[in-house]
Write a protein that binds this ligand. Structure first.
Ligand code: ZN
Length: 77
């Protein structure tokens, strides 16, 4: 599991099951285990400070580079 936090205020945004190496570019909705963000339409914002985090598509959220910090480890393939 990884924890995705806001780069602006440090608040937790998601707990997420990341699989494989590499940068986090999008989050599959069905792998998000807890969600502390708020939505306006398809846009995802930090609940605490309102920073724009990403945009929700059909099955995943496209993450806005630089808006978040990732901690924890991904599952190895
Ligand atoms: Zn924030």
């Amino acid at each position: 599991m990884i924890t995705v936090s806001c780069s602006s205020c440090g608040s937790k945004l998601f707990r997420y099951q990341k699989i494989g190496k590499g940068r986090l570019l999008h989050c599959w909705k069905n792998r998000i285990s807890s969600d502390h963000t708020t939505r306006r339409g398809d846009d995802v914002y930090c609940l605490t400070c309102g920073q724009h985090i990403g945009v929700v598509e059909a099955e995943w959220a496209n993450m806005h580079g630089g808006s978040f910090i990732v901690k924890g480890s991904a599952l190895k393939k």
